[in-house]
Design a binder for this molecule. Structure first.
Ligand SMILES: Cc1cc2nc3c(=O)[nH]c(=O)nc-3n(C[C@H](O)[C@H](O)[C@H](O)COP(=O)(O)OP(=O)(O)OC[C@H]3O[C@@H](n4cnc5c(N)ncnc54)[C@H](O)[C@@H]3O)c2cc1C
Length: 368
């Protein structure tokens, strides 16, 4: 039976990313749900790089929280403190909870409104279009995917990718990294490994010097380096002792913060021993929604669903049609993994999971 009316339990979700948006959406008719996020929208993170080369793609991937959270309260602010029974936000709200879900993944300073975010993509696209040469700093998934998008959509641009590690894509195996490197080089992307660029120290506009003393000329640059975990604010809260030495929240097998019966943590912020991937963050969301429903229904602790860490599966797009994929026993590249990810970037599925239609596919996408 649905938990209705005044008896509905209060579930507060902090963070409206891949994990938080899904748990909020899933519980909205079973509980009194409040979602706290500093921006008014949820964004499909891995589609950002496509949106930089095709800004209209963002119409489907930047989604107002209100579009999927129809029956919940949205607070557009940052959580700054937690006590045993309420959350405090930067704009002065004190929000009581019966169950709390922390899903603050990574902190990225992005615009507050969807319109501003879409305008931002237009500007980045103008930068790409008007540049003859482009520097990308960072060879993780963002840097590699951005280089791939530009190489395919704007093959006349000179793209240089600088990465401080000895190989690309260090979050997956070396075989996948080699395949990505070969693909980029075959698409005329110059890749410099084992070097970094100090962006605070470039004297002439458009001239960059790497740590190895090499000079790179580029009309613009994009920074694709790791962004910090969204957990530093927890250091002064009741959960301060639940952070491990990497700043991640330690959770039990039911995804509750260890030692707390009504506080869950999901997504990239957790210490679950698995790759930090959005498809796993969404699995955490569904397990947590089930567990909160079970607890609200008064079920025994022993009935709670156990989360089993996922295996190391990852797909990195290389433009619109190709990709490199690492599955449990095999690593492949080319059109087959490209068919799985690169055309639609799981946008239709991610929207459907939030009760939305596919949205209008752009002309470029339809034509693929
Ligand atoms: C380029 C790129 C490609 C990727 N490709 C894939 C892929 O193909 N497949 C895949 O599965 N994963 C992929 N990932 C990883 C995936 O994006 C992450 O694992 C996923 O976003 C984690 O979700 P999350 O909800 O834990 O955190 P996030 O998506 O980082 O969301 C965190 C949310 O919390 C909010 N927040 C932070 N601090 C606070 C606070 N104090 N108060 C309130 N709100 C706060 C933020 O604003 C944000 O909305 C990719 C990532 C990148 C960057």
């Amino acid at each position: 039976m649905e938990n209705s009316g005044e008896s509905r339990k209060r579930v507060v979700v902090i963070g409206g990313g891949l994990a938080g948006s899904l748990v909020a959406k899933t519980l909205q008719y079973s509980a009194d749900v409040t979602l706290i996020d500093p921006k008014e929208y949820f964004e499909i993170t891995w589609a950002n790089l496509r949106t930089m080369v095709e800004p209209s793609f963002g119409e489907r991937t930047v989604i107002n929280h209100r579009d999927y959270l129809i029956n919940g309260r949205i607070i557009t602010s940052t959580a700054t403190n937690i006590t045993e029974n309420e959350v405090v936000t930067a704009d002065g709200h004190f929000i009581p909870y019966d169950y709390l879900v922390i899903a603050t993944g990574h902190v990225e300073h992005v615009p507050k409104t969807r319109t501003e975010r879409l305008n931002h993509y237009q500007k980045e696209n103008q930068q790409i279009k008007s540049a003859k040469s482009i520097l990308i700093v960072g060879g993780g998934p963002s840097g590699v995917e951005l280089a791939g998008e530009i190489a395919v959509d704007y093959p006349d641009k000179k793209v240089t990718l600088v990465h401080k590690g000895s190989r690309l894509l260090e979050f997956i195996g070396p075989k996948a990294a080699d395949k990505a490197l070969n693909w980029l080089r075959s698409h005329r992307v110059e890749v410099k490994l084992g070097q970094s660029v100090d962006l605070n120290d470039f004297s002439d506009e458009g001239t960059y010097v790497t740590s190895a003393g090499e000079t790179i000329l580029a009309d613009c640059h994009f920074l694709c380096i790791g962004i910090p975990l969204g957990s530093s604010w927890l250091r002064e809260t009741v959960l301060k002792d639940n952070l491990d030495n990497r700043g991640r929240l330690m959770v039990d097998e039911n995804l509750r913060v260890k030692g707390h019966k009504n506080i869950f943590a999901i997504g990239d912020i957790t210490d679950i021993p698995e790759a930090k991937q959005g498809y796993l963050a969404q699995k955490h969301a569904l397990v947590t929604a089930k567990n909160i429903k079970l607890l609200m229904d008064g079920q025994k602790e022993s009935k709670l669903v156990t989360y089993h860490p996922g295996s190391a599966i990852a797909i990195v797009s290389l433009g619109r049609k190709e990709a490199v994929a690492q599955f449990t026993f095999v690593t492949i590249s080319g059109c087959i993994p490209g068919m799985i990810k690169s055309k639609d970037l799981f946008v239709t599925k991610t929207r459907k999971d939030r009760g939305l239609d596919a949205g209008n596919a752009s002309s470029k996408n339809k034509g693929n």
